[in-house]
Design a protein around this ligand. Sequence first.
Ligand code: NAP
Length: 322
Amino acid sequence: MVRTDLTIIGGGPVGLFAAFYAGMRGMSVRIIDSLPSLGGQLTALYPEKYVYDMPGFPKILAKDLAAEMAKQGTQFSPEIVLEEMATSLEPTEGGYLINDKFETRTIIISAGAGAFSPTKIGVPLEEDFVGRGLHYGVRESALYKGKDVTIIGGGDSAFDWCLHLLPIARSVTLVHRRDEFRAHEDSVRQVLSSPVKLKLWNQVTELHGIEKIEAVTLTHSQTKENEHHETDAVIVNIGFKSTLGPLKTWGLEIEKNQIKVDHLFETNLPNIFAVGDVCTFEGKIKLIATGVGEAATAVCVAKTRLDSTAKLFPGHSSDMDL
Ligand code: NAP
């Protein structure tokens, strides 16, 4: 692995802006994110909601903002490492080693509320069946072609995947623990009037199969009756958990689950900065608008640490030839 000038942990809007600004400053950059795509919460949690407090956009859909920020953030071709949780940190000569493989001279943590991981259903053998018929969300629709698919959840993810997979799968069954849904009304209306089979007031309590999932036990939440339900695949969409997790073991000063920084956005560890929702200082405001400013400052400070002759403020982008 190449040693980069900067590793950004968290590819949400603030991390993406840090990547852009570091690119402008001629730094080599790597972005690490636990999610399968860039954009952070804008993409994972509320893609269809409007954001009203982005400068220059009276109103913009979160997914559109994420797409534009990803375009801006990747224009200097940073190395992008997705579905990777930053777990270990080791100091090295002139920098750090993350996860025993990513060498870097400086680090900006822009991990928002922390690394996201899908909520598990919490049944026996769950770990054993991951990737063998059990999936959290959908990576590749083609996997479900001609299959009997069971989708768990009552939110937008579950409903969106029901509608998406219906024309591809042989059958789609939605299992939800009650009869009210969090998903958008229109998605609920479409699913209810489609051939999706509903198993309401039910939860998956057992997984069965030899090489891969062949069936599940459904338990009725009220009557506690069990039903054997044959299926080729189970797609779990019951939300995400976010946690600072392993970052807490790095020796960073943490206050109320956030990383303490000084006026340069530097943590108590040299050349490790924290910006955006993950950091805390007196007067902290959790907005993308303030987070991107913090990112620009942290990048410029990191630049001067790497090159003592570099100016802190490089001048305005309108005067640069990008
Ligand atoms: P979510 O909205 O948090 O819904 C999770 C669903 O899983 C809920 O129906 C919940 O049931 C159920 N659930 C939670 N824990 C469970 C458990 N242990 N066992 C069984 N069921 C359980 O998650 P999501 O659907 O992934 O959506 C996350 C966010 O992203 C939401 O804000 C959503 O609007 C957004 N999103 C939006 C879109 C879109 O706009 N098209 C697409 C995807 C996601 P209860 O309702 O009973 O609690």
